[in-house]
Design a protein around this ligand. Structure first.
Ligand code: DQA
Length: 145
């Protein structure tokens, strides 16, 4: 619990590496989760990696994190731009929260420019590709030290 990190990915990120590779690259979610677990170990963290296409499931996992995680790294996918429920759940979590977006949402459609989650996030990593997950874990490790 003290050094466990929940790595949460939202809708359509199960298709990472297969959907719109020109935007999201060719690395799969499975690769991201494996690499993140390896990096977490190097940083003295443990990792619980979860993905769902369902808003309520993500909310439930964020509630679980209250008892099981010291920090959350989350890419909420399209729920970033719509979900007050995910914002509220994150607001009920006391540890560090880092928001990750693989693409640079600010150079894309206007509806991607607003994030509800950013209101709660302690840090936001945007447009760094899947390396953003590594950067987020490094930041979390620093915050927990
Ligand atoms: C995303 C950006 C969102 O706008 C989009 O809906 C996604 C992925 C990203 O990682 O760049 O599904 O969160």
């Amino acid at each position: 619990m003290t050094r466990n990190v929940y790595l949460l990915n939202g809708p359509n990120l199960n298709l990472l590496g297969k959907r719109e590779p020109e935007i999201y690259g060719s690395t799969t979610l499975s690769d991201v989760e494996t690499n993140s677990a390896t990096l977490a170990q190097e940083l003295g963290l443990t990792l619980t990696a979860l993905q769902s296409n369902h808003e309520g499931q993500l909310v439930d996992w964020i509630h679980d994190a209250r008892d099981n995680a010291a920090a959350i790294v989350i890419n909420p996918g399209a729920y970033t731009h719509t979900s007050i429920a995910i914002l509220d759940a994150l607001s009920a979590f006391e540890g560090p929260v880092i928001e990750v977006h693989i693409s640079n949402v600010h150079t894309r459609e206007a509806f991607r420019h607003h994030s509800y989650v950013s209101q709660r996030a302690d840090g936001i990593i945007v447009g760094c590709g899947v390396q953003g997950y590594d950067l987020a874990l490094r930041r979390v490790a620093g915050m927990l030290d």
